[in-house]
Design a protein around this ligand. Structure first.
Ligand code: SF4
Length: 360
């Protein structure tokens, strides 16, 4: 069996390539453990482009672990809204409180100690320990795993996880573990792509056992679901207001988040929806219809008994909204313009929808 590429040669090629080709991402300009921690939690199962939209805003509001620990959970969720997987935000918040209350506000410096914190697993602990504190701990995310499997032509088998872990540790540059880990993840994210790896641009092509001739892991087919929601707004002197309902605290998905009143999969409305869109959550594509209703119709069509509340447009950005609610409110021009001051602005000057009269 082949022993694999020489670590020395591999590191040299990879780190030279990274120096020339690394994307300029804001968290790469920082060695602050707290900022790195926030970025690593945001990046789990989330596209870089989506994280870029939230990272600065989140750190502006919660610039330190103390600020995060002292905030109300709803406010943390509001600043996470749109990133999905809200359990991450809740855990981040809870862990910040542990760090402040039990560790004098300082994150531990080793991967082993970091792993003992709630919500910090192997990957995140290795990322923080190597990037912020220079510990030689190898990060293994989906990108790194794919690169190593192709590099060594390893197929699925029961010992694969151990082999990957050992190979990642063998190749890791102990002198520059943070840069090495980031370079490996960058290679997987930008060159050794899941479907069609760009082997001609790959810095370690000469050391690779497969050069793209390796089956990608089969992708699970997406499930399809239909869902429908009501959009209600009412006019007030200080501006328009939108009706929202809160998901139950024991809901499996997104407990306690606000959204438009749910109508179940197919409401018996005679009218066409005012908006249809597709929204993906993990392995499910939701085909969503939004109906412009008044309160009487909502009572007839609604499938939930959840408490509801009217919110002024200016309050919307401060609420822990589901990603779908946020997307719909923006599409329906119900979101306040960033530059507009309170009191709440009228919802839209050119809203392309016709709502039923008598919403309140
Ligand atoms: S040569 Fe191709 S398959 Fe091998 S590591 Fe590079 S991009 Fe991936």
């Amino acid at each position: 069996m082949s022993t694999g590429p020489s670590p020395r040669e591999f590191r040299r090629l990879l780190l030279n390539w990274f120096a020339e080709n690394a994307r300029d991402l804001p968290w790469r300009r920082s060695r602050d453990p707290y900022s790195i921690w926030v970025s690593e939690i945001m990046l789990q199962q989330t596209r870089v482009a989506a994280v870029l939209e939230h990272y600065h805003r989140f750190l502006r509001r919660f610039p330190s672990v103390q600020d995060l620990a002292a905030a109300a959970e709803d406010e943390v969720l509001a600043h996470w809204s749109g990133l999905g997987y809200y359990r991450r935000a809740r855990l981040l918040h809870r862990t910040a409180q542990v760090v402040v209350n039990e560790m004098d506000g300082r994150l531990p410096q080793t991967a082993a100690e970091l792993r003992a914190l709630p919500g910090v697993g192997d990957y995140t602990s290795a990322a923080i320990a190597s990037i912020a504190f220079g510990e030689a701990a190898a990060c293994i995310d989906g990108n790194v795993e794919r690169v190593l499997r192709r590099l060594r032509a390893w197929h699925e088998d029961s010992g694969l996880r151990t082999k990957i872990r050992e190979e990642a540790a063998r190749l890791l540059d102990p002198g520059r573990p943070g840069d090495f880990n980031q370079a490996m993840m960058e290679l997987g994210a930008t060159v050794c792509l899941p479907r069609s790896p760009l082997c001609l641009q790959c810095p370690v092509c000469g050391l690779c056992a497969t050069r793209g001739e390796h089956p990608a892991r089969a992708r699970k087919p997406m499930r399809a679901r239909e869902s429908a929601y009501a959009f209600l707004l009412r006019k007030r002197n200080r501006g328009d207001e939108v009706l929202l309902e809160r998901r139950p605290p024991d809901a499996t998905l997104m407990p306690g988040m606000w959204e438009m009143p749910a109508l179940g999969p197919k409401p018996a409305s005679e009218d066409a929806p005012i908006l249809t869109l597709r929204h993906s959550i993990t392995d499910t594509n939701y085909f969503v219809s939004i109906y412009g209703l008044n309160l009487k119709e909502l009572r007839r069509l609604s499938t939930t008994t959840t408490a509801r509340r009217w919110f002024a447009a200016s309050e919307l950005p401060t609420l822990p909204l589901t990603g779908l609610a946020r997307k719909v409110l923006k599409r329906l021009h119900a979101w306040p313009d960033p530059g507009e001051a309170s009191p709440a602005p009228a919802l839209s000057r050119n809203r392309p929808i016709a709502l039923k009269p008598g919403a309140d």
